[in-house]
Design a protein around this ligand. Structure first.
Ligand code: INI
Length: 163
């Protein structure tokens, strides 16, 4: 009989961190609200959630790395909104941030959740920050909870058989 591992949508005990970019704050504040409401509604006490503001999405990885490396958090949620302008600036930010976040997560084994919107225009961002395409902050909170649970399961139940 195969064993199936899948993180549940419930609070694994411990602290959760959110890093949120101030740039495009009208959007990122909605992502933050969605993430907070979701974490709390799934049982994370609000005093176990730490929120860190950074200037822009480009600064998210360095703050996330400090939080992850403190060893205090079950997961770190990274929230930002990069909106395409007249130059390729957005592409550089998106590439750097997405790579850095995924490398940080792989290196440390802590779920670092990618909640940076990468939109062509403000309208797309509004739709993804509580509009008609959901709220990326809520999605990130759910991913963080499921991954924290899943990693607990894998640590406790996926030990190699004893010989
Ligand atoms: N930062 C964002 O979070 N979103 C953007 O859309 C954005 N644009 O378009 O420029 C942005 N730029 C700032 C960047 O993240 C850094 O804060 C800045 O380059 C200083 O390092």
């Amino acid at each position: 009989m195969p064993h199936t591992f899948e993180g549940q949508l419930a609070a694994a005990p411990g602290r959760y961190a959110i890093v949120v970019a101030r740039y495009n704050e009208s959007i990122t504040s909605r992502l933050l609200s969605g993430a907070l409401e979701s974490l709390i509604s799934h049982g994370v006490p609000d005093d176990l959630i730490d929120v860190t503001w950074v200037p822009g999405a480009f600064e998210i990885p360095v703050a996330a790395a400090a939080l992850v490396r403190s060893g205090r958090y079950r997961a770190v949620l990274c929230l930002g909104a990069v909106i395409r302008g007249e130059t390729t600036h957005d592409e550089h930010i998106n590439r750097a941030v997405s790579l850095a976040i995924s490398e940080l997560s792989l290196e440390t084994g802590v779920p670092v959740i990618f909640g940076v919107l990468t939109c062509n225009n403000l309208e797309q961002a509004i739709h993804r920050a509580g509009g008609n395409v959901g709220n990326k902050g809520v999605e990130c909170a759910e991913a963080a909870l499921r991954m924290a649970q899943l990693l607990d399961q894998l640590a406790h139940r996926a030990a190699p058989p004893r010989s």
